[in-house]
Design a protein around this ligand. Sequence first.
Ligand SMILES: [Ca+2]
Length: 502
Amino acid sequence: MKMHAVNSRALVVLLWVSLSFSVGGVYGADVTASVQPSSQPNIVFIFADDLGIGDVGTYGGTVIDTPQIDALARSGVQFAQAYVTHPVCSPSRAGLMTGRYQQRHGWEFNPAGRDVTNGMDPNEITLADMLKAEGYRTGMVGKWHLGYQPPHDPQSQGFDSYFGVLAGGSLFIDPETQGVESRGALPRERSARNAVYDGRTPIEVTDYLTDVFTQRAVEFVEDYAGAQPFFLYLSHTTPHTPLQATAEYLDRYRHIEDPAARIYAAMVASLDDSVGAVVEALRETNQLENTLIVFSSDNGCASYIKVCSNAPHAGFKRYHQEGGIRVPLIMSWPGVLKAGSKYAQPVVSLDLMATFAAVSGSEHGTEDSINLIPYLKDKAGHPHDYLYWRSGPTIAIRDDRWKLIAYNRTDLTSADLGADGRLAAPPNGWPRTSPHGQLVLLYDMLDDPGETRNLAELHPGVVARLRQEHARWNKTLLPVALMPGIRSTLADMHGKSVQLIF
Ligand SMILES: [Ca+2]
């Protein structure tokens, strides 16, 4: 193991990790006996919103430059098959924050504004709750989307400090600001629902929101570096709509003629710069060797913005094809995780809970979360036999080779879509039943990762096995959600019309 000039806390971590692995057991099993407070690394989790995996250079993107994200990947581990638990923001975040499939605690659907008065089950233990109990200073900057009010808001859910947007997104800047380009007609000011909060106080922010979040994150690192281990959750609202960027980032993409594509590329650039700024702050405060940095996105990019890429995957945000649920995931922990490595087996965002618990010394675990660190060292096999999804009547499951998706078929047509591109929900939300039957899709993920060929009719035995396994898992969930699913639209799957419910 290469030794750099490391501070004492990092050195203890290095020795402790080496010891834990040389014992050969499950990483977590050694933790309680051996961990000392001084051996806890900082954890920095940078989250993008609706970032297309095909728009990240290290994942094969060629249109947009992401030098900072790419450098982070080179410094650590890049996951080839990282999944989130839902193809839209809020339920994906509910799974990630708790390390439990969100259907276990009822946060199955996009709240679609109902999070102003409701929120994720406050009895769940979040990443921040867990790390705070281990003595971490916990700070959050950015998008929450799991409930505005106590006991659901970030400061009720384990974060010592909060600065950000409680909503699913917000205006990035006054669209009439000099040099700013925006897509569509936007208001000049944020609505109350999309306000920026400092703690629990809404404040006025006039600078470009992504830059403001970055600055706050850098200040958090500078304020707490070295004093006690810290957990920073930097949850950007970019490159989610509204599409808006400043001249600083647009200048890098003047060669892209399509305005929406240019703005989206500039937004990804602002995200990339943010990753670089946070890494630099860690370096300047001598914390880089002592920090586990994680970068990911909450779901794939959206078809409705028309200018992003989930390539080489099919589908988009809202879809259970890979384009909706397979995301970039990078972990960097210099000196502990091997630089420039790749991890090929399927993993899921739920695994961050057990991973963060193990490195912080927590005994907390969940039924769904696997500590990935041993696998990133040398542990053989795969962390999960199956990964599962459910969004109302839509289900999906995958194993090492196969992936099954079942969507509701529908007799609704594009004439039923509203101006916002969505279907109007029945009064009690969309039912879990399938009155028009389901379209069952089976893909061979080894032969056909782009999900182009439906093999369901060729392999009825595989379909039956996966359906049975999904039914077994389904019985362990809450049969209903805290709030019914009200968001839905139509999609064409191999020439058949299906209903996406999210
Ligand atoms: Ca999102």
